[in-house]
Design a protein around this ligand. Structure first.
Ligand code: FMN
Length: 361
């Protein structure tokens, strides 16, 4: 029987317990997209998680689409992340950076004026996205990448992974979910390319496969995880056959020795995503979405995943692991301060107390 509080190894990552903090965009980076002291404090408070996955972080200015998301492409950003990693490590935790390139899921006012919005095909993201004042607005019509430009985009991710390691983070997680650039390549309705990166499932997975191969070569496969959500319709995704797409992807990357597959497990017509992952992927799995302690224990005890992740619960409970351990009540998080984008950055961010006194500022 697998105990949720027992240590586990995911590739090169040694976790003290199986409770992972899921990546969460909080829109509080500094004016140059650099992590701030408040961000370092927020992550330090949550370091008793077996692993923290940071909020989505853009590998380049072109990869930004939301307001005040952090980057990992400048020296100032690397220094900001160094403070984050040091705080988490000093508190005994582990932290990997989620690399998130939004592709077409971008609002012009949220990014630098000279940053481009690119995608596999020139099809706009139909879902509006919050602008600088928090009000949802239409996304930018993307420019379809030339085939010859794809290695350059992959090189941006590789540089970002190098920077993450230089800043002291333990690894990276490639965000291939939620309708961002990698998923735009995967999904048949957002990828109408006629080159080797579009058409068949084999071709649509090529961008993600090459990305993961490159990241693995750059920082070692055991420090690279990836996140998927087969069949999710967020940000205009509507793959004609997600089971085929993700079976093809998982089989193609199974031999790379990557640290883990992080699954956002949502109900799908015709297939169960966790079963699909278990059947086609022999590496470690982090299960996510709507879990409670009870549900998470059931997943682990049934051997369906090696670790479990929690998003929402970590916002209001910096000491979630201790609360689970002691059976203490869980605090509710205030949804109105998930993405403040302005005003007091600490409100609803670093001011949730820990019950034990440990972990708070
Ligand atoms: C405020 C907020 C921001 C999020 N930002 C990200 C993100 O940057 N990257 C990502 O992969 N998922 C993101 N998610 C999704 C979470 O990682 C997680 O999959 C989701 O909340 C479901 O898990 P839960 O039921 O434990 O909250 C976000 C969720 C929330 C609530």
């Amino acid at each position: 029987m697998t105990d949720i509080f027992s240590p586990v190894r995911l590739g090169e990552l040694e976790l003290a317990n199986r409770i992972v903090m899921a990546p969460m965009t909080r829109d509080r980076a500094g004016p140059n997209d650099e992590p701030t002291p408040a961000m370092a404090e927020y992550y330090r408070q949550r370091a008793s998680a077996g692993l923290i996955v940071t909020e989505g972080t853009q590998p380049s200015p072109h990869g930004k689409g939301y307001w005040r998301t952090p980057g990992i492409h400048s020296a100032q950003q690397v220094e900001g992340w160094r403070a984050v990693a040091e705080g988490v490590h000093q508190a005994g935790g582990k932290i990997v950076m989620q690399l998130m390139h939004v592709g077409r899921a971008a609002v012009a006012a949220n990014k630098n004026p000279d940053a481009e919005t690119i995608a596999p095909s020139a099809i706009a993201c139909p879902d509006p996205i919050a602008g600088p004042d928090g009000v949802p607005v239409a996304t930018v019509m993307p420019r379809a990448l030339e085939t010859s430009e794809i290695p350059g985009v992959i090189a941006e991710y590789a540089a970002a992974a190098r920077n993450a390691r230089a800043a002291g983070l333990d690894g990276v997680e490639l965000h291939c979910a939620s309708g961002y650039l990698p998923m735009q390549f995967l999904s048949s309705n957002s990828n109408l390319r006629e080159d080797a990166y579009g058409g068949s499932a084999q071709n649509r997975v090529r961008f993600v496969v090459e990305l993961l191969e490159t990241l693995a070569a750059e920082i070692g496969p055991g420090r690279v995880g990836f996140r998927i959500c087969p069949g999710v319709r967020f940000n205009g995704m509507a793959d004609a056959d997600p089971a085929e797409t993700y079976t093809t992807l998982l089989r193609a990357i199974d031999g790379l020795g990557l640290a883990y597959c992080h699954l956002i497990h949502i109900p799908n017509d015709g297939f169960d995503a966790l079963e699909l992952v278990r059947t086609n992927w022999s590496g470690a799995v982090i299960e996510n979405c709507g879990l409670t302690l009870e549900k998470a224990r059931a997943v682990l005890e049934a051997g369906k995943a090696e670790a479990v992740s929690f998003g929402y619960l970590f916002i209001g409970n910096p000491d979630l692991v201790e609360r689970f351990r002691s059976g203490a009540a869980l605090a509710k998080a205030d949804r109105t301060t998930f993405y403040t984008g302005h005003g007091d950055d600490h409100a609803g961010y670093t001011d949730y107390p820990a019950i034990t006194g440990r972990g708070t500022a």
